[in-house]
Design a protein around this ligand. Structure first.
Ligand code: SF4
Length: 260
């Protein structure tokens, strides 16, 4: 039976390596579900792409295992433009336009289509290790004889995982810089991350705006779009509003009325 670590490159996931070693548990494969924005653009920002390559090298040297980057058949862009009704989405999730568009904030299609579908292809009779820490009891319900957490077994909490990563040069930049973990286009990211994306990666921001124009679903469940955020940040650039002050969406209407 194979023993497979499902690696996300977060601190808890990477610390599983230390806990597995401490427990003496078997480990045969390390698998990472790689998400791509388009056929040629990864879902990770460049600092994270670099970190993954560095971590892979360290893991190979210390544990002798090559991390397998498993990529789904479809990119985010492919799924975004998939016709509603194909594969049952229309019936389940209120199809509001011809294509999927932005994922709904609750029950997003991206997680299941881009990540879980890849990991679901792991051999059925394998044991999968997941990075759930000892102080995350709310997530323990996923455990079974086929899904285990070495962190819980070793009693490692999140603080211990971070410490282990720091000591082993395996702490991702998402914990030390403003680099975002997860997809750069995520509908769940905060306003500060969106502001940085627009400032530091204008090409990616332009793709966000294109998707936003084509989506039948608003970027945020409250109806706000990427274009709304773009206008907000433009007002900040012009010094009309400050990023440090509390924001009200009604400011956008006020400014638009003023300039009409
Ligand atoms: S990080 Fe966001 S966009 Fe990426 S799969 Fe998860 S929920 Fe979807």
């Amino acid at each position: 039976m194979e023993h497979i670590l499902s690696l996300s490159y977060g601190k808890d996931s990477l610390a599983c390596l230390g806990a597995i070693e401490k427990l003496g548990w078997p480990l045969g494969r390390i698998v990472h579900a790689e998400v791509w924005a388009t056929d040629t653009i990864p879902a990770d920002l460049p600092p994270m792409v670099e970190f993954k390559a560095k971590a892979d090298k360290i893991i190979k040297e210390r544990y002798g295992i090559e991390v397998e980057h498993v990529r789904g058949q479809k990119s985010y862009d492919d799924c975004f433009y998939m016709i509603c009704g194909e594969n049952g989405r229309a019936a389940k999730n209120k199809c509001v336009g011809g294509i999927y568009g932005w994922p709904f904030q609750r029950g997003p299609w991206c997680n299941s289509r881009l990540k879980q579908s890849v990991l679901a292809k792991l051999p059925k009779n394998s044991v999968q290790y997941v990075g759930i820490a000892a102080d995350e009891p709310g997530r323990f319900h996923v455990f079974s004889d086929k899904k285990k957490s070495p962190l819980v077994e070793a009693g490692w909490d999140e603080a211990k995982c971070r410490k282990w990563c720091e000591e082993n040069d395996l702490l991702s930049p998402i914990y030390t810089t403003a680099t975002r973990g997860g997809c750069w286009f995520c509908h769940n990211q905060g306003v500060e991350q969106l502001r940085l994306l627009r400032k530091n990666y204008p090409d990616l921001w332009a793709l966000m705006l294109k998707w936003d124009s084509d989506s039948p679903v608003s970027f945020h469940a409250d109806g706000h779009t990427v274009h709304d955020f773009d206008e907000r940040f433009a007002l900040e650039d012009q010094g009309i509003v400050s990023a440090d002050e509390p924001w009200k969406w009604s400011y956008l209407d006020e400014v638009q009325l003023k300039w009409r």
